[in-house]
Design a protein around this ligand. Structure first.
Ligand code: FE
Length: 295
């Protein structure tokens, strides 16, 4: 009873910014230049989120190498393409083209081997890849893909002047209008919105009080929370506990992704593309992969 009361006291209210994180420039795959925002030195992990990369370049040299064949086990990769085209192929014969505005939510589960290669030799490539952890009970589940075409991602226009692409979770406007994203059946009950604010617009929305949440501003600048913390392009804001989020754009237009999910509270042992709960499971993953058991 007492703990419940304390719980309510600590989580009600607007989420404020507890940490601002700048991504670090790095490269991955075959020389793809990107910015690692989660999964680097500044923010190693935000349970259940293991990694967030932003990629974006007009120069083919920065992305043309792509991500040749590599494995994953124990988590999910979420690719959101803003511009450009990427071809996906895996060792089970699955293939798909990720076009601008599309999302691929891939549950690697017990293991896939895939490649992610640009389907263009020039022009702009831009987007995000997020790694979402799986609970221990689901780490060896069968692989699953949700390939979502741009037209399947609904757009909610709010009374506050925000435009919200609802990728996962449910957007509920001030008048009660609900817009549900197409991603389904994900363990951490994710919310993934792409929010555009024109100058002077505001975005307010409920968030599950027990979920971890962040937003990442990738265009312009915004102010977050009742304290109006400034968050500029390239900043990731880790949000404090609370049951709603409030973002305004008084100085300039802003665009950001808002992501939330239920923390797992389980041990995380990472080794490159394998994310398990124990070292023994990592040794097993390496052995399974090198013995050709990712089938
Ligand atoms: Fe991959």
């Amino acid at each position: 009873m007492r703990s419940m009361k304390r719980h309510e006291q600590t989580v009600a209210g607007t989420r404020e910014v507890v940490q601002l994180v700048r991504g670090q420039a790095t490269s991955d795959g075959d020389g793809v230049r990107l910015t690692r925002v989660i999964g680097g030195r500044a923010l190693g992990e935000l349970d259940p989120f293991l990694l967030l990369d932003e990629f974006g370049s007009d120069s083919a040299a920065d992305y043309i190498g792509g991500f040749p064949s590599h494995p994953h086990r124990g988590f999910e990769t979420v690719t959101y393409m803003l511009e450009g085209r990427m071809r996906h192929r895996d060792n089970q014969g699955n293939e798909g083209l990720l076009v601008a505005g599309s999302v691929q939510w891939m549950t690697a589960g017990r293991g896939i081997i895939h490649s992610e290669m640009p389907e263009q030799e020039a022009g702009r490539m831009r987007g995000f890849q997020l790694w979402v952890n799986l609970p221990a009970k689901d780490k060896m589940t069968a692989p699953r893909y949700q390939d979502i075409a741009p037209e399947r991602i609904p757009l909610a226009r709010t009374a506050g002047g925000a435009e919200v692409r609802v990728i996962a979770g449910e957007h509920i406007d001030a008048d009660g209008t609900a817009t549900r994203g197409p991603v389904s059946g994900i363990a951490i009950d994710p919310l993934y919105f792409d929010v555009s604010l024109s100058k002077g617009a505001r975005f307010e929305h409920a968030l599950a009080a027990d979920h971890n949440a962040f937003l990442y501003v990738f265009e312009g600048q915004a102010q977050v929370g009742d304290r109006a913390t400034a968050v500029v392009r390239g900043d990731l804001a880790v949000l404090a506990p609370g049951d709603r989020v409030r973002v305004t754009a008084p100085a300039a237009a802003a665009r950001f992704i808002l992501v939330a999910g239920a923390p797992l509270g389980e041990p995380v042992v990472k080794y490159g593309p394998f994310v398990m709960n124990t070292r023994a499971q990592i040794v097993q993953a390496v052995d399974d992969y090198s013995s050709g058991r990712f089938t």
